[in-house]
Design a protein around this ligand. Structure first.
Ligand SMILES: Cc1cc2nc3c(=O)[nH]c(=O)nc-3n(C[C@H](O)[C@H](O)[C@H](O)COP(=O)(O)OP(=O)(O)OC[C@H]3O[C@@H](n4cnc5c(N)ncnc54)[C@H](O)[C@@H]3O)c2cc1C
Length: 243
């Protein structure tokens, strides 16, 4: 992994982003993430690297046979800015929880006027799947709904700011804000095994767009460059398994 990947920020949605805050093994150690996995597996029989071809073959063997604990030897720490609609689904993944989350506090930091998610298009309700969307609302109707949404945010924020000015606490004034749309920043840490579980579910076509774009960004910009062998094995055995 290139050391300059640390601290890299990738833009997601209209105002969100994902930043790689830290990774283990740190690039300064000179040990790649893939080799940290291989080395962890080889400790089972106190072995060492047997050359690139054999090492990569071992890593593929591990993932194919669900020997997952060596993949937990690699950890990612991300800083994420995403609307609550994304955050709400993300924190359902307990393995992210267990491995640490620290979130911005709306009791401490006041929300700004533009801290709200504005989509570029309204998606239509899917016909066959009650949970999903398909296709887009087009033209003037789409524009009209977007304008209504922005006007709604402005009005909500005015009520919020007015409550603050009149002495209402931040923890209560936020009741005026549209909950699902507000952007939050958090720091989250996860190992490569559980990150693959999350990526599988949240990169899937049935995942909501507002979380899928975060999963795609993490996979393309951070996971793949940090763990190229693991990404190849993940695509082969987990994303596109052959019967
Ligand atoms: C498309 C989609 C639609 C969804 N719709 C809904 C919905 O309508 N309503 C809803 O409530 N949720 C919904 N979810 C959330 C879903 O039910 C899971 O809670 C979420 O995806 C986390 O998955 P997970 O349990 O595998 O992940 P994690 O919580 O990260 O767990 C990973 C794995 O660790 C193990 N594990 C973790 N904790 C425990 C434990 N306490 N005991 C035993 N094993 C454990 C399990 O093997 C688990 O698969 C949806 C998810 C997706 C992807």
């Amino acid at each position: 992994m290139e050391p300059q990947m640390l601290g890299r920020r990738v833009e997601v949605l209209d105002k969100g982003w994902v930043e790689l805050a830290d990774i283990m093994p740190h690039p300064a150690t000179g040990v790649s993430g893939d080799m940290a996995i291989v080395n962890a597996a080889r400790v089972s029989f106190l072995g060492e690297s047997k050359g690139e071809q054999a090492d990569k073959k071992l890593l593929f063997y591990l993932l194919r046979h669900a020997h997952t604990s060596p993949f937990e030897m690699v950890e990612f720490k991300f800083r994420v800015r995403a609307p609550l609609i994304t955050w709400w689904q993300w924190v359902r993944h307990r393995t992210f929880h267990f491995q640490s989350v620290n979130a911005q506090s709306g009791r401490y930091t006041p929300f700004e006027e533009d801290d709200f998610y504005v989509p570029s298009v309204w998606r239509k309700q899917a016909k066959s799947n009650k949970q999903a969307s398909e296709g887009e609302i087009e033209g003037e109707v789409n524009e009209a709904f977007l304008q209504q949404l922005v006007a709604h945010y402005e009005q909500s924020h005015k009520l919020y700011a007015n409550a603050l000015e009149n002495g209402v606490s931040k923890e209560m004034a936020r009741l005026f804000l549209p909950g699902f749309s507000v952007y939050y920043t958090w720091v989250i840490k996860v190992d490569a095994h559980n990150l693959m579980g999350w990526l599988k579910l949240r990169m899937a076509s049935d995942a909501q767009y507002e979380i899928r774009v975060y999963a795609d960004a993490i996979y393309e910009h951070f996971f793949k460059p940090a763990l190229p062998w693991t990404a190849e094995a993940f695509e082969t055995y987990i994303l596109n398994p052959q019967p």
